[in-house]
Write a protein that binds this ligand. Sequence first.
Ligand SMILES: [Zn+2]
Length: 167
Amino acid sequence: MILPIRKYPDKILRTPAKDVAFPLSKEIKKLTKDMIDTVRKADGIGLAAPQVGKSVKVIVVDLEKNNLPVFVLYNPRIVKRSFKKIALEEGCLSIPGVFGIVKRPKKVTIEVRNEKGEKICFTDDGWIARIIQHEIDHINGVLIIDHIRKYTKGEEIVKGLKEKKCI
Ligand SMILES: [Zn+2]
């Protein structure tokens, strides 16, 4: 089932998400499946549960276009970050039309739980690291507009939304 994507300035995008419990409930299993359908339909790469209105630590990363399986991350957290940072352009399904340069650590080690609740650690220094850092921000209530120093597209959209929020 495809879920509607929450858009900034929806408050749920600013609410830190809660851990999921194991064994996984029927609701979380259904949410995971729906999130995979939703990220595919939206032509996105990553999606975090707050973006579909659920304040839980579930992230899906769809790399099918690169012939890789869908990654599902439960309760992910960054346990190690490289000192070296790189600046790349990012966008977000929850802030359509807005793009900007975001600086993040190049290499990160991430600890996650799989669907059985087993702890898994992995390290990446490529674009998977980048996507997952963006999605982990979502479960902590952080958005790209908090990081962007230079907009490449849509700065006026963000300004307009901010003004609306203050009324
Ligand atoms: Zn996003």
